[in-house]
Design a protein. Sequence first.
Length: 97
Amino acid sequence: MACVAILEFRIRADRLGEAGSLFDRMLETTRSYPGVERLDWLVDRDDPTAWTLYEEWSSWETEQAYREFRAGEGAVPELAGVLAGPPRLVRLENRTS
């Protein structure tokens, strides 16, 4: 069973450049986190302020451990300054594999 998490972000238009640099740094850490099998950073081609992270995890336990890491010692406080609102997290399971 695939463990997929999708995070949708709305970036402030006046902070796009800063957000890009921040995401580069942030995702470097994410990609090296235990349990990450795939991580894609997607930007809506018609709306450059709509960003999506597509994540595949080895298990829901590793995904949850990562969320707890980001909420604690791995927090990125400057992220709040580039977001136009809170991100949306969706967790999906592939039931056909």
